[in-house]
Design a protein around this ligand. Structure first.
Ligand code: DQA
Length: 152
């Protein structure tokens, strides 16, 4: 029987530009590269990945609402909305599934306005500063989290 648990990986504004956007901060890996690598890693962990990107806050809220009841967990890099969006925080709090927050860059090493994250208030954990590898660390952490809660 193969009914893999589905993980929604949500990417916020400007992350569609990865690879060419400020590569000295975000690296040369594209979002398509990340999507491919995360799906391959998830497959080995018996998870499936629904990888999404949106430049629109409302669309992200709707995607989080859609994950409620249909997905086992959410991995989110809300990009700039991390630092501004109470709406995304509220949707995550209502989702009732584990949330892991990812950032490519170490947001605490950067401008002061990036040090605060609304998303963190809904997240089990935060991974930042490891570039694209952070998504792979997150999928690993999510698998462990789900196995832990399932075996209880
Ligand atoms: C980011 C960090 C945010 O501060 C920024 O607005 C982004 C990307 C990261 O992955 O490092 O767009 O979330």
């Amino acid at each position: 029987m193969s009914s893999k648990r589905r993980i929604v990986v949500l990417n916020g504004p400007n992350l569609n530009l990865l690879g060419s956007r400020e590569p000295e901060i975000y690296g040369h890996t594209t979002l398509a590269d990340i999507s491919r690598d995360v799906s391959a890693a998830a497959d080995k962990l018996d998870l499936s990945v629904d990888f999404q990107q949106s430049n629109n806050e409302g669309e992200m809220v709707s995607a989080i609402q859609a994950a409620r009841g249909t997905a086992a967990g959410i991995i989110i890099n809300a990009a700039a909305y991390t630092h501004t969006s109470v709406a995304i925080l509220d949707a995550l709090l209502a989702s009732d599934i584990p949330v892991i927050e990812v950032h490519l860059s170490n947001i605490f090493k950067r401008e002061e306005f990036r040090h605060h994250s609304y998303v963190s208030k809904a997240a089990t954990g935060v991974i930042c500063g490891f570039g694209a590898k952070g998504y792979l660390l997150a999928i690993d952490a999510m698998a462990e989290l789900l196995n832990r809660t399932q075996s209880k």
